[in-house]
Write a protein that binds this ligand. Structure first.
Ligand code: ADP
Ligand code: MG
Length: 765
């Protein structure tokens, strides 16, 4: 049954760890009316697809709130205008800053406690086990003996409240997350210590009351809280790209109303307003120039440093800077419809999306927590059952508890949940700052594996602004007539070749006739009727279809010079030949060389004549040419390459090449100006230059390398830590993981994962 599902991106608050995301996802998926739900811990977003008739966001929020989290629909605010979208972002930003401040306060309180605990621990170890410091004086020992329980109680019940809430949630709803693990671990350490010290005299015959584990409670909570604080602080930095993009938006605009220039806030600009933009000023919103010329710095959007010349009729993008002349611009888009707003939305969505590699980590961390809980209980049982055969029960119990707590603490899959999203957020953000829009994390992951790049010719390798270079007429017509008839036909076509012909005719001051029954012949040319006579114009394939004899020496000659021959025909007869040439983009040869350096195979794909394509390929250093391909067959060619085992990226213009872009492993579109998110493409290169191609490949590789490093380290801590905590080294070496060290290691592992992702920011592209 088909239902009308809406998909919404909701802000999630209250998540403390990656397993929280799993808990919320599962909860949401169980709600009737919810088709699918995905929660991203790194981006703090939930993507829910649901039937609005059956369930509301408020219902979902109510369900999720039972578990201690909250959902908020941020898309309401961004629906109409961008300014309001900004304020909701600011609100969220404010909340985050508050959370961060509270965390910092906690860190500042708990760190001195940690210092005291470590001091006492170190003194005891130094005196009792290594004997290089004298024993603690009795008065001092007594003092600490009474101080530590107080500090531990404050750490556990005030600073560690979220962890205890995790335990309560576990008892009430049966859902366990990382907070639950830390909560149970520290609570057990505290309760055991409390019982031992409270009933010291009556318990001493049965268990060793020498040791209490208040220090473990303090140090674990201290380090995990410190880790969370550092993680939250660095996380803010990973999201800076969006903040920077938002900051680009103009705040004010000068509009012409009733013949007067007035200053208004940007929110008050409406479509159709005439904006006055002086040199040096920011262009307030997207529009079309209606008077003036200027050079415009579009680097903030496209990443291109050279200003772009613009004149009447050209489109301008909001947030770019008018460098030279005074301009009058008619606003064509405001608020969420602008290029900038679309970029922000797209980057946000991409940053929140999941890479396929993450699924594995998700699956593992989903089962991790319950498995670890069961495992820890099992290990405790073994200590008690097996350990007490080798040592008195009074010793086995505390050792078993140390194991139990140590396992719970070291096994937190917190770094695992951060490993991929942190790198994706930084990678996608960095791309956006370079004028490269990546649709989602999946494309980033696939791009990294690409080893074959197929480039479309027109608009990708060449500038897509072809010019008529030669006109050769048959004996019974003039060159002027050939151009006139051809232009009259081409004025109905959208093809770049058509624009060249019409442009030339207009330049020569020709009057164009009306053509009727016009039709475009995909990949071949066109046909139409002028003054009752039928004409065809196009390539050799078209002539062959019509069984018209062509002087191939002329077409060959043109093609060898890299020009596209267009043959004009009427009633089984050639009227003339027109040669059209496009200029190669200046950066093309260097870009191809760089792609080869990256180990890529590169091919040129075009519907143009083989000779023409070969000429251009040679100019830019491409060795493989796939020419004379009908538009509908381009996708077939991509499939052919894929069947040879290549992972193919197709680079094209997104309009003609859409099927090929979709077929390729990664579709890369050349965005030229205002066309931000090209539907069929996974990656859009803004600004129309292909030198971004090697950059985005290098970025994808660097990002995935970071992801893999992160995942390695995240697993490494667990794989090494858990057995040590369980006591595998104890029988032979007498080593057992101190839970306090486990706490430090866990804090360090999540911080290192985030810092490693931040390193990406400085990667050279
Ligand atoms: P591509 O985009 O790969 O260059 P197309 O499929 O758009 O190729 O066009 C293939 C060929 O078809 C062109 O090189 C040209 O020879 C012919 N053709 C297509 N459209 C026209 C047109 N409007 N006028 C003349 N020739 C055309
Ligand atoms: Mg094309």
């Amino acid at each position: 049954m088909l239902k009308n599902n809406t998909t919404k991106s909701l802000a999630v608050t209250g998540m403390h760890c990656a397993s929280c995301a799993n808990i919320i996802t599962r909860k949401l998926q169980k709600i009737p009316g919810v088709a699918s739900a995905e929660v991203n811990y790194g981006a703090e977003k939930a993507y829910v697809s649901f039937d609005e008739g059956a369930v509301s966001i408020a219902d979902m929020n109510a369900q999720v709130q039972q578990l201690g989290y909250a959902l908020e629909d941020t898309s309401i605010h961004t629906g109409h205008d961008m300014s309001a979208g900004f304020s909701s972002d600011e609100l969220q930003q404010k909340k985050k800053v508050e959370e961060l401040n509270k965390l910092r306060e906690h860190v500042l309180i708990v760190l001195p406690f940690v210092a005291v605990s470590i001091f006492v621990m170190a003194w005891e170890v130094g005196a009792e086990q290594l004997a290089f410091v004298p024993m603690m004086p009795v008065a001092v020992a007594d003092f600490f003996h009474h101080l530590l329980p107080l500090l531990a109680a404050y750490s556990l019940f005030v600073i560690g409240l979220p962890f205890l809430q995790g335990v309560v949630r576990f008892l009430k709803h049966g859902v366990a997350n990382m907070d639950t693990l830390i909560g149970i671990g520290t609570l057990v350490a505290f309760l055991y210590s409390f019982i031992v010290s409270a009933f010291e005299s009556s318990l001493s015959p049965y268990i060793s009351t020498e040791h209490s584990y208040y220090d473990v409670t303090i140090v674990v909570i201290g380090f995990i809280t410190l880790g969370k604080y550092l993680e939250a602080r660095s996380k803010q930095k990973t999201g800076e790209a969006i903040k920077k993009l938002l900051g680009l938006q103009a705040k004010q605009a000068t509009v012409l109303r009733d013949g007067k220039e007035i200053e208004v806030a940007i929110e008050e600009v409406v479509v159709g307003d005439i904006l006055i933009i002086k040199p040096g000023q920011k262009i307030p919103t997207d529009g079309e120039i209606i008077s003036g010329t200027s050079a415009i710095d579009e680097s903030m959007i496209t990443g291109e440093s050279l200003p772009v010349d613009k004149r009447v009729g050209d489109t301008v993008i909001g947030a770019t800077i008018n460098k030279q002349g005074s301009l009058q611009v008619r606003a064509t888009q405001v608020g969420s419809g602008t290029v900038l707003a679309q970029i922000v939305t797209m980057v946000e969505q991409a940053q929140g999306s999941k890479a396929p590699i993450e699924r594995l980590a998700d699956q593992i961390s989903a089962v991790f927590v319950p498995v670890v809980l069961v495992f820890a209980v099992g290990v405790l049982a073994i200590w008690l059952a097996v350990g007490s055969q080798f040592m008195p029960f009074s010793q086995a119990l505390p050792l078993g508890l140390v194991s139990f707590v140590g396992i719970l603490v070291i096994a937190c899959p917190c770094a695992m949940g951060l490993a991929t999203p942190m790198a994706v957020i930084v990678g996608v953000g960095k791309a956006a700052q370079n004028g490269i829009l990546i649709k989602n994390a999946e494309n980033l992951e696939k791009l990294q594996a690409v080893n074959f790049i197929v480039l479309d010719k027109t608009g990708t390798i060449t500038r897509g602004e072809p010019q008529v270079t030669d006109i050769l007429s048959a004996s019974d017509v003039t060159d002027k007539e050939v151009l006139g008839i051809l232009a009259s036909l081409e004025q109905h076509s959208e093809h770049p070749l058509a624009q060249a012909v019409v442009g030339r005719a207009k330049l020569d001051g020709m009057e164009l006739k009306k053509a009727t029954e016009f039709s475009a012949l995909e990949g071949k040319g066109l046909r139409g009727i002028i003054l009752g006579r039928q004409y065809f114009a196009g390539n050799l394939r078209l002539a062959a279809d019509l069984h018209i004899k062509v002087d191939t020496t002329i077409t060959e000659q043109f093609a060898e010079e890299g020009k596209t021959p267009v043959i004009l025909m009427r009633e089984q007869q050639v009227l003339g030949y027109v040669a059209i040439a496009d200029t190669i983009k200046a950066e093309a040869p260097a870009t191809i060389a760089r792609l080869h350096e990256l180990g890529m195979q590169v091919a040129l794909l075009t519907g143009d004549a083989k000779k023409t394509a070969e000429y251009i390929a040679k100019q830019v250093g491409i060795d493989r040419v796939i020419a004379e391909v009908l538009p509908g067959d381009k996708a077939e060619q991509i499939k052919l390459l894929q069947s040879e085992g290549y992972r193919v990226a197709m680079v094209g213009d997104g309009i003609n090449d859409a099927p090929a872009l979709v077929t390729a492993d990664v579709g890369i579109a050349m965005g030229t100006g205002t066309d931000v998110a090209i539907e069929s493409a996974g990656v859009t290169l803004l600004g129309g230059k292909i030198d971004k191609l090697p950059k985005v490949i290098r970025l994808a590789r660097a990002t995935m390398r970071t992801v893999k490093q992160n995942l390695f380290w995240a697993f490494f801590y667990n794989v090494v830590g858990i057995p040590i905590a369980a006591g595998v080294l104890y029988p032979t070496f007498g080593i057992l993981l101190n839970p306090a060290i486990a706490g430090a290691a866990m804090a360090f592992s999540s911080v290192s994962v985030v810092l490693n992702a931040l390193r990406l920011k400085r990667a050279n592209l």
